[in-house]
Structure formats: C-alpha cells, structure tokens
Design a binder for this molecule. Structure first.
Ligand code: CA
Length: 224
C-alpha cells in the first residue's frame, strides 16, 4: 500500500482528500502546518506529498525547498495545492519543481487521477536501473541524472521528460504526446506546464543542454 502525506491546514479539505484517498486504497498521513508536515515527510518518507501553499508556521514554498534539500525526500513527488487562481502563482509552483498542482476548489476525483498518474510515471521510470543516451546517463532506481558525468539535480518530472525524449533520440516528440505520456493528461493550462518545465530543465542542464532541441510547431527532441 502506498502512503500519501497531506499537508493542509484547512481541516475540511484535508479530511475530504484523506477520505477519497483511503477509498482508493492509499494509506494517508495528515499534518496541518508546514513545520509538522516537513518533520513527518522526513521521518516517514511517504510515496507522495500533497502540499498546500498557504500554511501556518512554514509556507508551502519553503517546505518544498526543504524537502528537495534533504536526501530522504529529494525525489518524492509533490502535488501542490493553491487557493490562488492567478497564473503567476501556478507557474511559480512549477518553476520551483513541483510535479503537479491543483487550484482550489478541485474535484477529489481529479486529485486522485493526478496522484495515480504521478505514481505511475514514477514507477515506470524505476523498472530498469541504468540507461545512457549521448552525454546523458540515467539511474532509474535512484532518479539520478548525469550529463557528461556531472550530476544534475532533476525533479521526478524533469527526469521522466528527459528519459522519454532520450529513449526516442533524433525523433521530434509532439508536445501533446509529451504532455500525455509524461504528465498523463493535457489541456490549455497544462500546455504551459511543458514550456515551464523545459525552460527550467535547460537552465539546469546549462552547457549540457545543446542536444535538447525545440522543434518549431511540433515539440522537442534529443539530438545525438
Ligand atoms: Ca492553506
């Protein structure tokens, strides 16, 4: 059974999420402030964390950065919840590397679908351990990624995206196919998700980003 940690100060929302996850055979842990949420995440190491952004004691952005800075939760998938409907806040969540986000109010059914999609793509990427493509090397068990031997700290989603492209080198991958295969769904907002992740991915790759090409009007490809 997979364990999901809910960090959400609105008790009604936390309970609603917990109810729906338990109905879908997930084990659930709950914390109602940022500090307690971070502490539980580090000690119990859940399979996925649902993280509200506006939290007492420690806000969601800070909790997220602390999670990523600790080896115990470095690759744990995080789905962010935000009450803010503004695009800037959603994009900010993705730019710091969250795997996905939902804006309140959301349907519990949608939440469960998103969680299953995140866990599924994480499971897929850890079936075989090592894979190489041009300058890139993937360890699918630990989600460690190297470019020309240099370790690059990728989020689970960035790792999955690079792996998907590298497993299909020199073939442009349609952006909608990428959204479907890497994220498990697509719509207008999520189309921006891809560009946001690619921009950040290129920044992380730095001098090693050259093989990752934009194919105008189509999507992206890895050239080897
Ligand atoms: Ca809140």
């Amino acid at each position: 059974m997979q364990t999901i940690l809910i960090i959400e100060d609105e008790i009604d929302i936390a309970d609603l999420i917990a109810f729906n996850l338990e109905r879908n055979q997930f084990a659930v842990e709950m914390e109602h402030d940022g500090e307690a949420g971070l502490a539980t995440a580090l000690t119990s190491q859940p399979d996925l964390i649902i993280l509200d952004l506006m939290l007492p004691k420690k806000d969601g952005f800070t909790v997220f950065k602390d999670l990523r800075n600790d080896p115990r939760t470095r690759t744990t998938p995080v789905l962010m919840l935000t009450a803010k409907a503004q695009t800037e806040d959603r994009i900010a969540g993705l730019e710091i590397g969250a795997d996905d986000y939902l804006t309140k109010p959301f349907s519990p059914k949608e939440l469960v679908l998103r969680i299953k999609a995140i866990l599924k793509r994480n499971a897929k990427s850890s079936t075989n351990s090592s894979f190489e493509c041009g300058p890139y090397k993937f360890n699918k068990s630990t989600l460690e990624f190297f470019a020309n031997g240099e370790f690059i700290d990728l989020t689970a989603t960035e790792f999955k995206l690079m792996l998907y492209l590298c497993e299909r080198p020199n073939a442009p991958q349609d952006r909608y196919v990428l959204l479907k295969e890497v994220w498990g769904y697509h719509d207008e907002v999520n189309s921006r998700t891809l560009d946001t992740h690619l921009k950040r991915l290129r920044q992380k790759l730095g001098e090693h980003a050259t093989p990752l090409e934009t194919v105008r009007g189509v999507g992206y490809q890895i050239v080897t």
